[in-house]
Write a protein that binds this ligand. Structure first.
Ligand SMILES: [Cu+2]
Length: 118
């Protein structure tokens, strides 16, 4: 239920993340809200995180599995492969209030989590 919210992100990280996910876009390090999740044993921790609605944020998901995962969300329109024991950084566009599903596409049946925008 409780997400790890952090407004601290170094400019260097922000540039790297932007380069990975949105090539060509300029980094904005001033207002980065970041949220973290970890996937381990087919379970996301936390399984639900809250973010402010209508605010862009950075979602960092660590794949703690021994095999690759694909973090995907049709609700939030992203998908990214994460090799074993790596973290992916996703720039999520502002969300209207609601509950948004994300999952490991390789194990959709079990590994699911929610972003709650409010
Ligand atoms: Cu996919």
């Amino acid at each position: 239920m409780t997400g790890i919210l952090s407004r601290t992100m170094t400019a260097g990280l922000m540039v790297a993340a932007t380069f990975m996910v949105l090539p060509g876009m300029l980094a904005r390090a001033d207002d980065a809200l970041s949220v973290k999740m970890t996937l381990e044993n087919n379970t996301f921790t936390p399984s639900e995180v809250r973010v402010p609605a209508n605010t862009p944020f950075v979602l960092k998901v660590l794949n703690g599995e021994r095999e690759a995962a694909e973090f995907e969300s049709t609700d939030m329109k992203f998908e990214k492969v994460a090799p074993a024991f790596t973290q992916v950084i996703l720039h999520v566009r502002p969300l209207k209030p609601g509950r948004y599903l994300l999952y490991n596409e390789y194990r959709q049946d079990v590994a699911r989590a929610y972003i709650v925008a409010e």
